[in-house]
Design a protein around this ligand. Structure first.
Ligand SMILES: Nc1nc2c(c(=O)[nH]1)N[C@H]1C(S)=C(S)[C@@H](COP(=O)(O)OP(=O)(O)OC[C@H]3O[C@@H](n4cnc5c(=O)[nH]c(N)nc54)[C@H](O)[C@@H]3O)O[C@H]1N2
Ligand SMILES: Nc1nc2c(c(=O)[nH]1)N[C@H]1C(S)=C(S)[C@@H](COP(=O)(O)OP(=O)(O)OC[C@H]3O[C@@H](n4cnc5c(=O)[nH]c(N)nc54)[C@H](O)[C@@H]3O)O[C@H]1N2
Ligand SMILES: [Mo]
Length: 680
């Protein structure tokens, strides 16, 4: 073997439940190949199409490789090269000036561009805590479902991925697993080969729905009604596990009363499906053992997303599905990990200060607000990393207007000149996962992973940790924690179960958990029971959409639009990787033929999708993937690749979910017309 060739253990950093273990082949200092670790059970040697292109993304000719200062209007993407010293000195000076008046005018904005505990949530948090900056409520993805699950089970806990292979019935609920949770699909397929029935519950006829035995195409935001209809049938047919309910749940009588008001006909009408579909699903779920649910976050991006997750999460308790290791539910497994966030993030550095909290999902409104007693100081500076809010945050007309403010000082740490970086005053080049150390948990399985750096940073790129370490020094923060190395922090990341030595030696560590973790109750609530009646949220109910079909608003905008991920992108990441963009083609709206007919719309033409917030022009595809009354605007494209420089978030709104204050991206009414009929 060529001595210059080595293999390095890495972890996929992306915001995906799979968190794959990767082996990187490095030759003469260059990463030449990434492969799934064949020994890591969830990964089983396979990577998705996107991440198998990770070297193409890393060595992309348009990587930002040195600091940049804006040289044109905001949003123009015009920059000049500057040195690190100059960039950091300027940032420190600007932040010091603002902080002297009120540090809360400075807002960090980050999400899960990398899920790594170090590059995602360590030195950066220490820096902003010490500074006294506004806190950020990171709600953009999973807040409704996450808080709802925690209110019900006491934590983000659920079934183990591998055990789905033994299930006899799997409800794939609000999840396009083949696109966004591929390594779950492998186990679902194994179950299918062994005779299990697979049912997909999704408004869109996804590639996953194609491969299931049955597809229930409910209207967006009606999952709570469907769950109540199922409960009705479980009760009247007595398909309940009374012993499990008595011993391991709290509050069932009140929900039982409510569910009895939801006969299949009522649920079916709300969901836009047939009463027989409700009855059939209840019969399957009430009579098949073991029965498993793979719930995903797709169904909680609507007004009632939190209540819907609570209702669905209660179902496995009602039928005692948890008794078997291949029964139960998985929405997130992240709560199984004991991460020492206090050690990583040091909230104690805030001292006695209690800064205000900005909700990342309403950044559009908040950037446009003036100082007030209620809001606090006007936002004067934003430091963005691991996120591309100009493309991904709801209601982009307002987000863009906010980012375009001349009096806003914006720093963006990025790999590429994204829509957000285009609005920066200073862009700092960030390392990719191949270039830095990190440690990872997962929200889809129970293995902690290490990511060893495989190659030296390209150009002048630096890890997020190192940028905040250096900024701390320039701000005069002299607490010893600002001198911790990445390895120091990696060693402190886990409170128990996972040692850094074991990670280093094996690449990943399996958490020591019982195989059927909730078979005997043992929920992580104070009583150890599943909380059907929650002290915080009461007894769950169906909560209709903010913008629902049948409302007054629907007279002007009669179509419901959802905007789920495109298979070959990861939110807005990878949109600039040519080989993947070639597969996706161009921004698309899927529409049912029946909806196109009366609108004079033909397949493949450009259409104008609009509501009272904005408009988005893209190509229409008449397709069975869209159900009548619902259009699917796929993927989060970069605005600058859109026909008129916009993407689907031009249409979404900033109203929040019932639980968790999350965005309701899939709760959005629109109208569609041929673009040709519109003056440009
Ligand atoms: N390829 C790829 N993989 C990804 C991502 C990506 O962008 N691309 N995104 C990652 C991220 S950020 C996350 S959070 C995870 C999970 O990602 P999610 O965004 O939850 O993705 P999906 O699992 O595809 O779930 C979306 C599915 O929910 C459906 N849906 C929409 N509205 C409703 C509804 O009201 N009810 C029901 N039942 N279904 C509905 C959509 O049609 C879609 O098929 O996946 C990650 N994996
Ligand atoms: N309409 C609509 N909007 C949506 C969604 C939807 O389904 N429909 N999905 C929502 C969901 S679920 C989510 S999670 C959000 C996701 O939104 P974001 O969290 O913004 O995710 P990405 O768009 O992938 O952008 C992540 C950025 O982080 C950068 N990055 C990656 N690693 C690093 C690093 O180590 N350092 C630095 N400095 N930068 C790095 C990447 O280059 C990328 O530009 O979008 C939401 N927006
Ligand atoms: Mo997400």
């Amino acid at each position: 073997m060529n001595p210059a060739v080595t293999t390095v253990r890495a972890a996929c950093p992306h915001d995906c439940p799979d968190t794959c273990a990767i082996r990187v082949t490095v030759q003469d200092g260059r990463a030449i190949k990434v492969q799934g670790d064949p020994d890591h059970p969830p990964t089983h040697g396979a990577l998705c199409t996107k991440v198998s292109r990770y070297p193409e993304r890393t060595y992309h000719p348009q990587r930002v490789l040195h600091p940049l200062r804006r040289s044109g209007p905001k949003g123009s993407g015009k920059f000049e090269r500057i040195g690190w010293d100059e960039a950091l000195a300027e940032i420190a000076a600007r932040l010091k000036g603002i902080a002297a008046r009120d540090p809360q005018a400075i807002v960090p904005y980050s999400y899960a561009g990398t899920m790594g505990l170090l590059q995602g949530e360590s030195m950066d948090r220490r820096f902003f805590h010490r500074l006294g900056a506004s806190l950020l409520d990171r709600t953009i993805c999973s807040a409704a479902g996450g808080d709802a699950l925690a209110a019900t089970y006491g934590g983000k806990i659920g079934m183990h991925l591998e055990n789905y292979a033994e299930s006899r019935l799997i409800l794939i609920w609000g999840s396009n697993s083949i696109a966004s949770n591929l390594h779950f699909w492998t186990f679902a397929q194994a179950a299918k080969r062994a005779g299990a029935k697979l049912i997909c519950i999704d408004p869109r006829k996804t590639e996953t729905a194609d491969k299931c035995h049955q597809h229930i195409a409910l209207l967006p935001g009606t999952d709570g009604a469907l769950a109540l209809g199922l409960m009705h049938e479980l009760i009247v047919n007595d398909w309940l596990d009374h012993d499990y309910i008595d011993r391991h749940t709290e509050g069932w009588p009140a929900l039982r009363e409510r569910a009895l008001q939801w006969p299949p006909e009522r649920a079916a009408e709300v969901c836009g499906i047939t009463a027989d579909e409700v009855r059939g699903l209840a019969r399957d779920y009430g009579n098949t053992r073991p029965a498993a649910i793979r719930l995903n976050y797709g169904m909680q991006r609507v007004h009632g997303g939190g209540n819907a997750v609570r209702l669905v999460a209660i179902l496995p308790c009602l039928v005692g599905a948890w008794r078997h290791r291949a029964g139960g539910l998985l929405l997130s497994s992240s709560g199984w990990f004991s991460v020492d966030r206090a050690a990583l993030q040091r909230p104690d550095l805030m001292g006695s200060r209690r800064p205000r909290t900005i909700n990342m999902s309403t950044i559009g409104d908040d950037l446009l607000r003036e100082s007030s007693a209620e809001f606090g100081p006007k936002i004067e500076a934003l430091v963005v990393y691991n996120s591309n809010p100009v493309a991904v945050a709801p209601e982009s007309p307002k987000v863009v207007k906010g980012f375009a403010r001349e009096d806003l000082f914006t720093v963006v740490l990025e790999h590429f000149l994204t829509d957000t970086a285009d609005h920066a005053d200073i862009v700092l080049p960030a390392t990719t996962q191949l270039e830095h150390l990190d440690v990872h948990t997962s929200y889809g399985h129970r293995y902690a992973l290490i990511n060893e750096p495989a190659i030296a940073p390209l150009g002048e790129a630096r890890p997020n940790t190192s940028v905040f370490r250096e900024l701390a020094q320039r701000m005069g923060f002299d607490e010893p924690c600002f001198r911790d190395s990445d390895e120091d922090m990696a060693r402190a990341a886990f409170a128990k179960d996972v040692s850094f030595e074991a990670l280093r030696e094996h690449g990943w560590v399996k958490l020591p958990l019982p195989d059927a973790p909730l078979a005997e109750g043992a929920f992580r609530t104070p009583s150890g029971k599943c909380m059907i009646d929650s002290p915080l949220y009461g007894v769950p109910d169906h909560v209709p959409n903010h913008e629902s079909i049948g409302s007054e608003l629907a007279k002007s905008f009669p179509l419901a639009m959802i905007s789920p991920p495109a298979r070959n992108f990861l939110n807005s990441s990878f949109v600039n990787v040519q080989s993947l963009r070639d597969i996706e083609g161009e921004p698309l709206l899927e529409m049912h033929e029946g909806d196109a007919l009366g609108r004079g719309i033909v397949d493949g033409q450009m259409v104008r999708v609009f509501n009272d917030r904005g408009e988005y022009v893209c190509k229409v595809r008449l397709s069975e993937r869209a159900r009548p009354g619902v259009v699917n605007g796929l993927g989060v494209w970069w605005r600058k690749f859109g026909a008129r420089g916009t993407n689907v978030n031009e249409l979404t709104h900033q109203r929040l979910t019932d639980i968790g204050r999350g965005p309701s991206f899939y709760d959005c009414l629109v109208e569609v017309q041929p673009a040709a009929a519109v003056a440009t």
